[in-house]
Design a protein around this ligand. Structure first.
Ligand code: HEC
Ligand code: HEC
Length: 475
């Protein structure tokens, strides 16, 4: 039975919400082994033991020296550390003024993906909403929202006491259901989220505001993805053209240099490096400043936020702590694939290629020269992504462009480790907004460039469908 990272217990409702989520995640889903996920041992050759379920995504890559191992542990500790409000004693000071959660692990429970809470009328917690408005001069371009900025933060520290209270707005999801009939007459019910934003503190969001719901992704193997040479990614895009696919790189702001750089992280590949992604997560999700983003993210309208008393001369997250989290993220390994020699899984692997899944979900890449963790260079790995953007059709579209990513574009999601996700923290809520409850549903939402693959899957007989799903869950 997996346990979860335990958040510090307080009686505050905002924290309770996190704890409630964590408790839900630890509930019956974990042992249920959906879609053929067994309880197989994932062997750790170093400790010579099976890795505990809740630690499957938090293992260091092989080959770290003692200093790197210590930094990995420091980074993991910082990732789990709660942040708090002066002068409370339940975490490091610096949370907010506006924020979403009080630790990275509050959303990325056990470094894994977020769980979608389907209970009616409860605000979402492990999902966030991005916002933007059309750029006034450049058609097709967008700006962050002038009042709420690029991300809604549901909590603030502006209560009568030090207890966090509601923030910029609340987000709820209503689900619309639709039935799909597959080969041999099997039926699947899909759910589509409809987001509502209420209690918007600085005025309603009008019709021109673009919103995008994002589920928390799992954070495994990111160093490998950071290390792939740009030329290799561009070569994949070229090779796909010949097959009628149109993978495209995103080019996004590198806030360190002020230049554009290939995007790799985030559902639309809108972050170029682990270190920038980590700094942006501290600011956007917790209101924690860094030397890269030294100012709290308050817009001109958010006067209370702007006038907030204890502006510090130093960033809230020290450079040393930032480096530790970056290193932890870069050095996190991926569980080995399992069951590869089973007949069913081998059949699934053939179908995966035959149905062109492997064109986008590229099975093997090689890490290039990588200064943050030189040990990774030259290693071949199996992430099942091309790190490129693809048009995924209208049903998945958010209509919100992000740098070169259009409103229908998403980065090919890596598939490695997906089969143990339920064991890590109970969640198998897939796709950018968490709408898919398993691999079958995720495939059935594929459209656009992946429409043919999706249709071929839907036509398959039951045995072949099971084989394909078993293969994906073995990765
Ligand atoms: C509100 C919940 C939440 C919290 C808290 C949170 N994240 Fe995330 N994280 C997300 C979501 C959602 C995304 C995807 C964002 C997107 O694509 O727009 C994400 C993406 C990421 C990614 C990119 C992963 C990938 O595969 O592309 C990294 C790395 C990451 N977060 C690290 C962190 C760190 C480090 C912290 C703590 C400072 C943190 N996150 C806190 C929700 C959260
Ligand atoms: C045209 C490129 C393309 C093809 C072909 C394709 N996919 Fe995907 N896949 C994507 C993208 C892009 C996403 C992310 C979509 C989103 O989040 O909305 C994705 C997401 C997924 C996910 C969810 C992963 C997660 O962590 O949320 C699964 C599972 C998946 N694909 C399996 C498959 C299988 C199996 C096939 C073949 C039947 C396939 N895909 C074909 C591009 C593709």
């Amino acid at each position: 039975m997996a346990s979860v990272i335990v958040l510090p217990m307080t009686t505050q409702s905002w924290l309770l919400r996190a704890v409630v989520c964590a408790a839900l995640l630890a509930g019956p889903a974990v042992g249920a082994a959906p879609e053929g996920q067994g309880d197989e041992c994932v062997w750790n050759p170093v400790t010579r033991q099976c890795v505990a379920d809740d630690q499957l995504y938090a293992q260091p890559v092989a080959g770290l020296d003692a200093t790197q191992m210590r930094l990995f542990d420091d980074g993991l500790k910082q990732f789990r550390a709660p942040w708090s409000v002066f002068p409370r004693a339940d975490g490091e000071w610096g949370l907010g003024p506006y924020f979403h959660a009080n630790s990275c692990a509050g959303c990325h429970v056990n470094v894994g993906r977020g769980a979608v809470d389907e209970v009616a009328n409860r605000p979402v917690f492990q999902q966030l909403v991005r916002l933007s408005v059309p750029h006034p001069q450049r058609s097709g371009a967008t700006d962050p929202h002038p009042v709420y900025d690029g991300q809604l933060q549901p909590f603030s520290i502006f209560g009568p006491s030090t207890e966090p209270v509601s923030g910029e707005a609340d987000v709820h999801i209503a689900w619309q259901h639709e039935k799909i009939v597959l080969g041999e007459g099997d039926e699947v019910t899909l759910r589509r989220p409809k987001v509502t934003i209420t209690n918007a503190k600085f005025g309603e969001l009008d019709a021109q505001v673009m919103t995008s719901l994002r589920n928390t992704p799992a954070l495994l193997g990111l160093g490998y993805l950071d290390a792939v040479a740009e030329a290799d990614i561009l070569a994949l895009a070229d090779a796909q053209k010949a097959l009628g696919f149109n993978g495209r790189p995103n080019y996004v702001n590198d806030d360190n240099t002020g230049r554009k750089r290939l995007g790799r992280f985030g559902w639309k590949a809108n972050q170029p490096t682990i270190s920038q992604q980590v700094a942006a997560a501290h600011l956007g999700d917790m209101g924690i400043t860094t030397s890269l983003y030294p100012d709290d993210d308050c817009t001109g309208t958010e006067v209370q936020c702007l006038n907030f008393g204890y502006k510090k001369s130093k960033p809230e997250l020290t450079d040393a702590a930032w480096q530790a989290v970056n290193h932890f993220m870069a050095a996190t390994d991926v569980p080995r694939p399992r069951r590869m020699d089973e007949q069913l899984v081998r059949r699934g692997s053939q179908l995966f290629r035959a149905m062109n899944c492997a064109v986008c979900h590229v099975p093997e890449l090689t890490a290039g020269k990588y200064d943050p963790l030189p040990a990774l260079a030259g290693r071949r790995f199996h992430a099942y992504t091309d790190l490129l953007l693809h048009d995924m059709g209208e049903a998945l579209a958010d209509g919100r462009p992000d740098f070169r990513a259009g409103g229908r574009d998403w980065r090919t999601a890596p598939l490695w480790g997906i089969g143990v996700s339920a064991r890590v923290n109970g969640s198998v809520d897939l796709l950018h907004d968490g709408r898919a409850r398993d691999v079958t549903e995720a495939i059935l939402w594929h459209g656009g460039e992946a429409q043919h693959s999706r249709d071929a899957f839907a036509r398959l007989g039951r045995d072949d469908r099971n084989a394909l799903v078993a293969f994906v869950n073995s990765l």
